[in-house]
Design a protein around this ligand. Sequence first.
Ligand code: ZN
Length: 251
Amino acid sequence: MSSLSGKVQTVLGLLEPSKLGRTLTHEHLTMTFDCCYYPPPPPHEAISKEPIMMKNLFWIRKNPYSHKENLQLNQETEAIKEELLYFKASGGGAMVENTTTGICRDVQTLKWLAEETGVHIVAGAGFYVDATHSSETRAMSVEQLTDVLINEILHGADGTSIKCGVIGEIGCSWPLTESERKVLHATAHAQAQLGCPVIIHPGKNPSAPFQIIRILQEVGLCLIRRNYWSLLNLAVTWNMISLVMNSFITN
Ligand SMILES: [Zn+2]
């Protein structure tokens, strides 16, 4: 993509990499996390459906994944705006927002946050883990999934003209499911065509990142190309451990 080569694509448009400033490469500013809901034991079932209140705050902190509303991380946009302003005041410049289809990516809100705060925000294209794949996603061929990814980067995501700037985070479980394998194949095809950065969330097994890298390479993703138009080459994270990160390679 010659017009994108050497550039970063934010939700407000193309940017010279030198304008990014200090950048956080894996954040979620607005998302939902219902896929990680963990039912509490029977005596506590009622609490899991209560609104968040002072009287249940301690319980929610102890059981963050067992409280329905606590997994709705898209309700407090004003608070997120304030946090971004603190980030900027402390020297921050940009964030890569890794929320993909399945956990409620909201590019309109990301654009609003970027406009309100002046922090550069890069949105993520693609699909989260299998548990969040819709029947429509599961039914897609690799070619159709590839078209979705390319469209989200070249034309806009979620029915808007707001474009993503990375593929990811692509969600993988352990063991890898059939639907996730198709998404990985599509990721490699799209990356090979666009030369864009890719961010993967591997399943929780030490072998997962290496299996994923093998699949991506077999299908055609280039791990060492240096003519990218955005800020990351390839970032593979396993939980909070960054295993491979060739950041900020732009040409
Ligand atoms: Zn994440």
